[in-house]
Design a protein around this ligand. Structure first.
Ligand SMILES: [Zn+2]
Length: 371
């Protein structure tokens, strides 16, 4: 495993490549972001996107996919600032947290936005999560499919000409030159970066007894009869999770350390109890935890040195989200040993080696890591 010499990301993380100077695509992305992207020109390009949407609008100008989290607030605020009338659309997680619900309620009230809380039959979610976990090691696959498909389908059906997504993850966390500058969240992006593992709704029919009808909410429009523009807000304005939180908090967004999710900043990933599992499984597959991503962003922001990030990582360790795993097993109707045995099946043999009965990653970032 090779690690970036500026941040702490390894080349096993999807989207990350480390060049001959030892610098990863995310750090290069950051340099581009600061120095090379002409942000005033990007802002003008967004005005054009806004103008086109307003010209085609018959009611709502755009859909903003929201969870109720800090980024959702920022997206709505930004859309409203640009004169757009947004419709908030949420895929309702079957494991919404209390603070997540409170923030969503507050967002609707304080920002004055209409909203659809799209709830899928929890029994369908349960079967789909079990199938996705057992077959792909990916508890988060149904979530990703739903949260992309639902806003896109509703935009086509409700004749809303624009969808305003949040960050461009390839710009924030690493991607190639073309991907970093991408504006559109389109089918090609979804296929590569949507966490769908090359599957679509039809692929899952018959698994765990799922029917075609069960999977309707996860289906993307085929041959849509209304064109929808689907853009990353982060492609037009510099994205900063800390700044988004500040802006959201100034309008009523609430967060506190009591809701801290494993490996995350105090204000991130607080809407859903199951998101931590999605991040945790990267430990088996790529040898990273959520802390690797977040500490790397903080290094790039200049909040801490690489040495400080490594120390912090050593302090927090691998951060097993025990409570969320128990919660997920209760939801799935499965035992915790089922969870751990399934996770084990997805341990990446290219990076993990068993030594004296203990799994270790040779060449791991921290030499004296407690395995
Ligand atoms: Zn890096």
């Amino acid at each position: 495993m090779k690690y970036c010499t500026r941040c702490i990301l390894p080349d096993t993380r999807p989207g990350i490549e480390i060049d001959e100077d030892g610098v990863c695509t995310a750090c290069h992305g950051d340099r581009d972001k600061r120095a090379r992207i002409d942000w005033p020109a990007r802002a003008r390009a967004f005005e054009q996107v806004v103008a086109e949407a307003k010209a085609r609008s018959t009611g709502y100008d755009c859909i903003v996919p929201v969870s109720g989290g800090k980024d959702s607030w920022y997206q709505i605020i930004k859309a409203q600032e640009h004169g757009l009338r947004p419709l908030g659309v949420t895929w309702r997680t079957p494991a919404r947290t209390e603070i997540g619900q409170r923030n969503l309620d507050q967002m609707i009230r304080k920002l004055g936005v209409d909203h659809i809380d799209y709830t899928i039959d929890p029994e369908v979610e349960r079967k789909f999560m079990i199938a996705a976990y057992e077959e792909k090691g990916a508890t988060g696959l149904p979530m990703h499919m739903a949260l992309f498909a639902i806003p896109i389908t509703l935009a086509v059906r409700l004749r809303v000409p624009l969808i305003v997504w949040g960050e461009n993850p390839q710009l924030e966390y690493g991607g190639n030159e073309v991907e970093r500058l991408a504006e559109e969240l389109d089918a090609a992006w979804l296929a590569k970066h949507g966490c769908l593992q090359s599957t679509d709704a039809d692929y899952w029919v018959g698994k765990q007894g799922l029917t075609e009808a069960d999977l309707v909410p996860y289906r993307f429009p085929t041959q849509p009869d209304f064109a929808v523009r689907s853009v990353f807000l982060g492609a037009f304005f510099p994205w900063d999770s800390f700044e988004n939180t500040r802006i959201a908090a100034s309008r009523g967004f609430a967060h506190d350390a009591g809701d801290l999710k494993t490996g995350s900043w105090a204000f991130a990933d607080i809407d859903c109890h199951f998101i931590s599992l999605h991040h945790f499984l990267k430990w088996y597959k790529f040898g990273i935890t959520r802390a690797f991503d977040n500490l790397s962003v903080q290094i790039r922001r200049g909040d801490m040195s690489r040495e400080e990030a490594v120390e912090r990582l050593r302090d927090v360790g691998m951060q097993v989200p025990g409570e969320d795993i128990r919660r997920f097993c209760a939801f799935a109707g499965r035992s915790e040993s089922w969870f751990w045995e399934t996770a084990e099946r997805f341990r990446n043999p290219d990076i993990w080696v068993k030594e004296g009965g203990i799994w270790k990653i040779p060449g791991f970032l921290i030499e004296d890591w407690s395995w």
